[in-house]
Design a protein around this ligand. Structure first.
Ligand code: ZN
Length: 183
């Protein structure tokens, strides 16, 4: 297994439509294993294949809260249903989201509280996920990545302006930038 470089905002793969996985090969298995290792090393609660430069419809996720078992998995070719997003502005205290492709920053974003995701796993079995709250947020965030959407594109002001300043100051927004988590 290996920790993979994570593409940073500006790389075209992050804004491209990822393609369905048509065959589960050894390469795909290795990719998913490496995505888990990379996500854990970052650390992050989710990682989509485009973030490691692979334009395929795959993501991994992991989330721990106080009173639950660790929640972890991967999904291929997901489809997503979500309930309508509640109106109003996002709460910076409880709805701040981050992304490994826009590292070391968080911005408030309103998301649907409840989603259902279906797809398959590496064994070709059907996977069906029905979650709320932060888990639902993670599903929406990772699913977005497969459609070429990074969460900063969904922000409202003043957060959009803040991201533009960060991009300029950091020299992001150009192709082939990446960072690699430490083991
Ligand atoms: Zn992300």
């Amino acid at each position: 297994m290996a920790i993979l470089p994570i593409r940073i905002w500006g790389d075209p793969v992050l804004q491209s439509l990822a393609q369905p996985v048509t065959e589960i090969t050894e390469e795909i298995r290795a990719l998913v294993a490496n995505m888990f290792e990379t996500m854990d090393a970052a650390p992050g609660v989710g990682l989509a294949a485009p973030q490691v430069g692979v334009p395929l419809r795959i993501y991994t996720y992991t989330y721990f809260d106080d009173d639950d078992e660790p929640w972890r998995g991967h999904i291929l070719n997901p489809e997503l249903w979500m309930e309508p997003i509640a109106p109003g502005d996002p709460d910076p205290a409880t709805e701040a989201e981050g992304c490994l492709s826009f590292p070391e920053h968080k911005f408030p974003l309103r998301r649907a509280d409840h989603v259902r995701v279906s797809g398959t796993n590496l064994d070709g079995q059907e996977v069906s996920i029905d979650v709320r709250g932060w888990r639902a947020r993670i599903m929406q965030h990772e699913f977005d990545h497969l459609n070429g959407i990074v969460y900063i594109q969904r922000l409202i002001e003043p957060y959009t302006a803040q991201t533009l300043s960060i991009i300029e100051e950091s020299g992001w927004g150009v192709p082939e930038l990446s960072w690699t988590p430490e083991a």
